[in-house]
Design a protein. Sequence first.
Length: 372
Amino acid sequence: PPSVQTLDVSNNKLSEVPVELADCPKLKDVNLKGNALKDKRLEKMVNGCQTKSILEYLRKGKGKPEGAEREEPRKKKRERNRRKDGSDGDDEVGEAQKLLLKVLHVSENPAPLVVKASPGVKEVRPYIVCCVVKGMNLSPGNALKRFLSVQTKLHEDVCEKRTAATIATHDLRLVKGPLLYDVRPPDDLKITPLGRKEVKAKDLLRQLQSEAEEQRKQKKRQNISGLHRYLQLLNGKENYPCLVDAEGTVISFPPITNSEKTKLGKTTSDLLLEVTSATSLQTCKDIMDTLILKMAELNKSTLENKDGEPDSDHESNDIASRDNASPGCVSANCLPLVLEQVRVVDMDGNLKVLYPSKTDLCTVSSLVTVIH
């Protein structure tokens, strides 16, 4: 009945959960634990996620509301890519093998980063999720190069060539908060793109278009590479989205480029992650989950000295990391990445999204242990 507020059907013989459950407007608390559900992802969620997330999963995954036809293939593709990478949720990993992530809550953080979202983004690119990650080791060998390759691969796969979402990564030391997620006309938006001089967005797109045409002529084919492939994503937009720091500098212009000002380097250990989308908030969260999982895997691999191209600093860095860990510990499990929650608020300070909340990282729960 629509008036039900609490439902406890734990330890029964349920194999499926009716979609209609998601349509109960007053339902605040549902207990489905102890049932052998056919949907294994849902089975994991009922043990680790709040009711709101479970109902949202039922609504989106099964009920297929408006827009779900487009969202469903994306979810399937993300799941397929996770399985391909050996992270299938059905393959349980022993607790000892799981990657550790520690979440620092806003209330525990003396200076939490805040992102304000202006009303104008609703018309252009409404969804943004941010997170701070501390403790990455990008200095040995080709660790930085490998991390940038991971980002490129995610853009190709789960981000669907940036049509579903765009990832941006920044060196936290170079980010001046609080941040503003805003929109600006092409003539007003100025950015210093990676590897280029400061330019207006309008001129940057014109340059990239010209380069794309030149590329086509030289190679005598239609396929173009690099940033040029994303120009059509801004077609017809009167305003462009951007992330602006406290000094008024644009540090991100999705889906095109980051800024040279906050570029990652080998000495970067603390990062600001940003995922924006015109599709849905859940798309941003799922992609952020996957990005953080990949970072934890990369950090573990680097710490265990599996980096492909050792350099002179590699060995000393690796030894130093092991010295800082507990005796006999040579695994990144001893040095968990720390995730700092980042709030996105509206211009009046009302919360729009907090990541990671307790309901996040469910999509990678079989591979990571989150310490709240």
